[in-house]
Write a protein that binds this ligand. Structure first.
Ligand code: NAD
Length: 351
C-alpha cells in the first residue's frame, strides 16, 4: 500500500541543499535568508519564544531550538563539539523541521548543517548592516573553520566589504579559508596574529571553537569605532571576549533570555544593559549612534533565524522539486484505524 500524498514529507538532504545553493546562487541564498530573518524579526511579538533546551557534556552540547507563530512551528537539532574536528568530525551539525500549526503535520524535514552556516552568516551581515561603521570595507576574520567562508561572503554580499584579514591558531585552517575565497573577488590577507588581522578592520568577527572562557580579544586590542561580530561564544562556559570589551561596547543581542545564559554577556551581571536587535530593525531602538562607538553583536543563534531559513528553503524546495518525499507519517484512510492499517500491510502474514 502506497502512502497517501498528503502524508509524504519533503526531505531536503545535504545533496539537495548543495544543489539548491548552486542553482539559486550563494549570494542570492544569503540575501533571501537575510530578508526572511528580517521579515520575521519585524514581527517578533508574534512568536512563541524560549531559550533553547540544552544537554551538556564535558566535551560538547546538544540543543533543541523550537519556536512557532500562528501558522508554523519549527525546531532545529544542533550540536556543538569543539573537539570533533580533531577526530575528522564537524564541530556543528544540524537538521530541522517545519510543521503546520493547523494540523500538526510536518511540512519539511531538512539538513541544517549547511543551512546553519548560511543563516548564521546572513544574521551576522544583517546585524552588521545596521551596526557597523558606514562604508566598512575591511573585516578581520578570527577563526577560519567551517563557518568562516560563509561569514566573509555574507559580509561581502550584504555589507559591501572588499577585504578579509584571516587569523586562526591553526595555519592550515587559514590556508583552507584563503584558498576557498580565492575566486570570491575579496582581497584575502592571511595574518600571523590576531592583532595583525585587526589592522585597519572596521568589522571584527570572532568565530572560534573552544569549550572554555577564552580571550580571543582583549580590551587593548579593540580601538574606537569598530563593530564586533562575536559568533563563537554560544554556550555556558564558552566565551571569546575579555569582559572589559563588553563594558566599553554597546551590546546587541537576539533574545536576551537565551544570550544571558550562553553569550558573551554571561560574564556580566544579570541586569547588564543590552539592546534587542529586532528593536533596531523596527526603529524602537538605535543602532550605531556615533563614529567612536564600539558596537558588539553578541550572537548565539536563535530559533527564529532557523524558522526563517526553513520557511525560505520550504518555498525553494517546492519551486525546484529538490526534495525527496519521505514516508514519515502513518496516515490510515480511516484516521482511527491505525491498527487496521498495520494488519492490511503487505508485511502482515494475514494480508
Ligand atoms: P570549527 O571547529 O570548524 O572552526 C573553529 C576554528 O577556530 C578552528 O579552525 C580553530 O583552529 C579556530 N580556533 C580555536 N581557538 C582559536 C583561537 N584562540 N584563535 C584563533 N582561532 C582559534 O567551528 P565552526 O563550525 O566554524 O564554528 C565556530 C564557532 O561558531 C563555534 O564555537 C560554534 O559553536 C559557533 N557557532 C555559532 C553560531 C551562532 O549562531 N552564533 C552558529 C554556528 C556556529
Amino acid at each position: 500500500m502506497l502512502p497517501s500524498e498528503k502524508a509524504l514529507v519533503p526531505f531536503v538532504s545535504v545533496d539537495h541543499m548543495m544543489q539548491l545553493i548552486h542553482q539559486i546562487g550563494l549570494p542570492q541564498m544569503l540575501t533571501g535568508i537575510a530578508k526572511a530573518i528580517e521579515e520575521d524579526f519585524l514581527r517578533w511579538e508574534q512568536f512563541d519564544k524560549t531559550p533553547r533546551v540544552a544537554a551538556h557534556s564535558a566535551v560538547g552540547v546538544i540543543e533543541l531550538m523550537p519556536t512557532a507563530d500562528e501558522t508554523h512551528y519549527a525546531f532545529k537539532y544542533v550540536n556543538g563539539h569543539p573537539k570533533n574536528t580533531r577526530e575528522g568530525l564537524q564541530t556543528v551539525t544540524a537538521f530541522g523541521l517545519l510543521a503546520d500549526m493547523d494540523t500538526g503535520y510536518p511540512l519539511l524535514l531538512s539538513e541544517m548543517t549547511m543551512l546553519t552556516a548560511l543563516r548564521t552568516a546572513a544574521m551576522s551581515a544583517l546585524a552588521a548592516k545596521h551596526l557597523a561603521p558606514k562604508g566598512a570595507t575591511v573585516m578581520a576574520m578570527i577563526g577560519n573553520g567551517a563557518q568562516s567562508e560563509f561569514q566573509c561572503l555574507a559580509m561581502q554580499t550584504l555589507v559591501g566589504i572588499d577585504t578579509v584579514r584571516l587569523y586562526d591558531t591553526d595555519t592550515q585552517a587559514t590556508a583552507k579559508c584563503a584558498a576557498n575565497l580565492a575566486q570570491s573577488g575579496l582581497t584575502v590577507v592571511p595574518c600571523k596574529t590576531p592583532e595583525e588581522a585587526m589592522m585597519g578592520a572596521q568589522i571584527i568577527t570572532t568565530c572560534t571553537a573552544d569549550k572554555k572562557n577564552a580571550t580571543i580579544l582583549t580590551g587593548n586590542m579593540v580601538g574606537e569605532g569598530v563593530h564586533i561580530n562575536a559568533i563563537g561564544g554560544d554556550c555556558p562556559g564558552k566565551t571569546e571576549l575579555a569582559a572589559d570589551i563588553l563594558t566599553r561596547a554597546d551590546v546587541f543581542v537576539e533574545y536576551p533570555e537565551q544570550t544571558r545564559i550562553e553569550g558573551e554577556i554571561q560574564q556580566m551581571a544579570e541586569d547588564f544593559p543590552v539592546t534587542e536587535f529586532w528593536q533596531v530593525l523596527n526603529g524602537a531602538a538605535q543602532g550605531r549612534r556615533s563614529e567612536a562607538q564600539i558596537t558588539l553583536f553578541d550572537s548565539v543563534g536563535f530559533a527564529i533565524e532557523d524558522f526563517s531559513a526553513l520557511r525560505f528553503v520550504h518555498d525553494k524546495a517546492r519551486e525546484t522539486g529538490l526534495n525527496l518525499p519521505l514516508d514519515l507519517l502513518a496516515d490510515p484512510d480511516d484516521p482511527r484505524d491505525l491498527f487496521g492499517m498495520l494488519m492490511r500491510s503487505p508485511h502482515s502474514a494475514a494480508a
